[in-house]
Design a protein. Structure first.
Length: 120
């Protein structure tokens, strides 16, 4: 799967949340349909990524970027991989899979935390 490192809408949207210290839905910054997203950091290895996503995503042992990797899925199938640099997306509980209503919250030090509703 080719990783898109140049999705301007996604990149600008995430950076605007950081700069403006505000929250937003990840789906606000995507132009494609998706119902699940996986978040990996630069230290996630290929086997873990493939086991999580259910399909090959990267060729080398680790992602080729010092950043985050978002893999979007629709109806169980991976449809887009996006590289986000630098590595500024975080999760509170080491969770890597999120539903389409995932929120991005300011977390300090220029980072955003992915969060889900408490009922999940």
């Amino acid at each position: 799967m080719a990783i898109d490192y140049n999705d301007q809408r996604l990149d600008r949207g995430l950076r605007s949340l950081v700069l403006e210290h505000r929250s937003g839905r990840l789906s606000e910054f995507t132009s494609w349909d998706w119902d699940e997203v996986h978040l990996f950091d630069e230290y996630s290895d290929r086997e873990f990524i493939e086991n999580t996503v259910g399909a090959p995503v990267i060729r080398s042992r680790y992602p080729d970027s010092k950043g985050n990797l978002l893999v979007f899925k629709l109806k169980g199938e991976p449809i887009k991989a996006a590289g986000i640099s630098p590595d500024f997306l975080r999760t509170e509980d080491h969770r890597v899979t999120f539903p389409s209503d995932v929120m991005l919250e300011p977390w300090g030090d220029g980072c955003l935390m992915l969060t889900v509703a408490a009922s999940r």
